[in-house]
Design a protein around this ligand. Structure first.
Ligand code: PAF
Length: 280
């Protein structure tokens, strides 16, 4: 059965109040729709852990730095609801914009430090938009658990920091990146790749895998980075925003592998910005 779609905060709260009364735990999976297997894996993880599962779909204008990007973002609500059917989620929350940002809305949630690097550097204001909407969704759903993909690893760490700093009583669960058979990390943005670009897109993950092996063997980033970047560019990418080794907890920059180290990449392929990260 397709889960009920609720578009108002009052409707959401009427339902969660009933669940709370009977002592049921609530899990929330925040999304912007255009659901793929990565999102569905988050919904499945929530289904396994929680009595009740809410998937939210809201294309959050505050986290887009480019108006065209916001306009072109895929919106596929009916399909999304159908995809969630087999997982058995209990409610799909698709708030009207004024349920998130009513007239006069004037608050920004800003996490410092973790937002200054990686995607934060090239997308000013993006993570403020994410932290603001996620804190609203946490407050509105009053969920006990929230599920986020490691694909957006920086976002996951920022949300964890925000929830801890604001004493929001929610456990943030990170779930592994889901990949296509050829290694490309699943993302709603992959829909924007042309057939030709789609063929070259997995090279980014391939290069990162090779870098991981070299780093595990004791190589330094300084030694392997030039060749790695050259391989990505030779595959047809137009630009590499970053290809960096960082600590997986505080995201500080590293030159050599250590426990918790992760490789992070963002690169442009024919107008589409792809990101990926892997544990080393
Ligand atoms: O990862 C996303 O899809 C979005 O950044 C999120 C967490 C749903 C907030 O809008």
């Amino acid at each position: 059965m397709i889960a009920p779609i609720v578009r108002s905060l009052a409707g959401l709260r009427a339902q969660t109040a009933v669940w709370r009364k009977t002592g049921e735990t609530i899990g929330v999976v925040p999304t912007m729709g255009a659901l793929h297997q990565g999102h569905l894996s988050l919904a499945r993880a929530a289904r396994e852990k929680c009595d009740r599962v809410i998937v939210t779909i809201f294309v959050n204008p505050k986290q887009f730095d480019d108006p065209d990007d916001l306009k072109n973002y895929p919106r596929t609500e009916e399909d999304d609801a159908r995809k969630l059917e087999s997982i058995g989620v209990d409610l799909i929350y698709v708030p009207e914009p004024d349920q998130i940002y009513p007239d006069g809305f004037a608050t920004t949630v800003s996490v410092s430090g973790l937002t200054d690097m990686l995607c934060g550097e090239s997308r000013p204001g993006h993570f403020d938009g994410v932290a603001t909407v996620v804190s609203k969704l946490f407050a509105q759903t009053a969920a006990d658990f929230a599920f986020f993909g490691e694909k957006d690893y920086q976002q996951l760490q920022i949300v964890r920091r925000m929830a801890a700093d604001l004493d929001i009583p929610i456990e943030v669960v990170g779930c592994p990146t889901i990949r296509e058979e050829d290694g490309l990390a699943m993302s709603s943005r992959n829909l924007l790749l042309s057939d030709r670009s789609r063929v070259y897109a997995p090279v980014l993950a391939e290069v990162m895998e090779d870098m991981r092996e070299k780093l595990k063997g004791g190589a330094t980033m300084a030694a392997i980075l030039p060749d790695a970047k050259a391989r990505v560019m030779a595959a047809g990418f137009n630009d590499v925003d970053y290809l960096e080794l960082r600590d997986g907890l505080d995201l500080s920059l590293l030159d050599q592998a250590k426990p918790e180290a992760r490789l992070f990449a963002a690169a442009w392929l024919a107008g589409v910005r792809l990101i990926d990260n892997i544990a080393v």
